[in-house]
Design a protein around this ligand. Structure first.
Ligand SMILES: [Zn+2]
Length: 335
């Protein structure tokens, strides 16, 4: 799939579309099930850590999902006809109520709607259906283009929300506010003491006891596990240690994000794993987020997989936009 869809935006817009379908009373119509099934399946895939680009489904899978049957129970033709018919009816339904849907999405600060799209079947490759985002219509009914960023800049997207490894999961459920934050930070302090204490004691008595070693090893282990959590609270986003993503996802980011607000108005923050990616404006290669080195030490930067030292960009997970990091700019072929 060449279109780069942001998993996070797709989830939000899809959730709102479902709410709109329910509130408008259209959700009782059968063709809507096609959208709901596709959305729920995509959402589950993302929750399991699957790359959004791989959330695609064959006609047989969709047919089985919709009818609650086993895949392959219906013939290929029956399945195709059923899915195609329902898709056509769903699209007609949405076209008829487009104004209402767009108004609903706009009210919830969305600029794109979720639509069902499909790949072309080529030779032995089966046709696949998937969800994608398209811009809302403008007030004049014309399709608006999503405000395009400067073509020299990178537009980042969340392509995957990796499932944290078992040991990392409790941290993802933490909401760090008030006293919990204090306890957490105090815990770090105690750990540092537990690490340094035995060393100092061993130096004082000029003897390294087995007990010293035990305490040092155990607290070093705990420190290794907790350190990135402490760092992400300080820095908001960093490269996740490999053990957190279970060594399966290279270069995932660990980020602290606002998930809501308390009655007091304070933000509720949670930690999560995400993989950000962009497309290189110079060569079209994919841009991965890495730790900056040398002059960019201490910040995350976007590196092109084709020219990791030259095609480099800033990385901002809030604006999702990156600007070239070299002051002298880059050679841009004329298009
Ligand atoms: Zn490049």
């Amino acid at each position: 799939m060449s279109e780069r869809i942001d998993a996070e935006e797709l989830l939000t817009s899809g959730q709102l579309t479902q709410e709109w379908l329910r509130e408008s009373g259209i959700a009782t119509v059968k063709p809507v099930d096609l959208f709901v099934s596709l959305y729920e399946q995509t959402r589950d895939y993302i929750a399991q850590g699957v790359n959004i680009d791989d959330a695609q489904f064959t006609v047989a899978e969709l047919n089985a999902l919709l009818k609650g049957k086993k895949e392959g129970e219906d013939s290929a033709d029956v399945a195709r006809k059923y899915v195609v018919d329902n898709l056509k009816k769903y699209q007609e339904l949405v076209a008829e109520h487009r104004e209402s849907l767009d108004a609903y999405l706009r009210k919830h600060k969305q600029s794109q709607r979720v639509v069902i799209s499909s790949t072309e079947s080529q030779g032995r490759h089966k046709k696949h259906y998937f969800l994608k985002l398209e811009p809302l219509d403008g007030d004049d009914g014309e399709t608006q283009t999503v405000p395009k960023i400067d073509p020299r800049y990178v537009q980042y997207r969340v392509k995957q929300l990796p499932r944290p490894w078992l040991l990392a999961r409790p941290f993802m459920a933490l909401t760090l506010v008030g006293w919990r934050r204090t306890v957490f930070l105090a815990g770090i302090f105690v750990l540092v003491l537990a690490l340094g204490g035995p060393i100092v004691h061993a130096l004082v008595i000029r003897k390294l006891l087995l007990l010293h070693l035990y305490i040092i090893i155990v607290s070093a282990g705990v420190f290794y596990v907790v350190r990135p959590i402490y760092d992400v609270i300080e820095r908001s986003i960093l490269i996740a240690p490999d053990w957190m993503s279970g060594f399966t996802v290279p270069s995932a980011q660990l980020e602290l994000r606002e998930v809501g607000t308390f009655e007091s108005g304070r933000a509720i923050r949670q930690i999560r794993l995400a993989v950000y990616e962009g497309e290189c404006p110079i060569c079209g290669g994919s841009i991965n987020v890495e730790d900056g080195k040398g002059e960019f030490k201490g910040r995350l930067i976007g590196e092109c997989s084709r020219a990791r030292a030259e095609h480099i960009y800033s990385f901002d997970h809030i604006s999702k936009v990156g600007v070239p990091l070299r002051k002298n700019g880059y050679y841009q072929p004329k298009v």
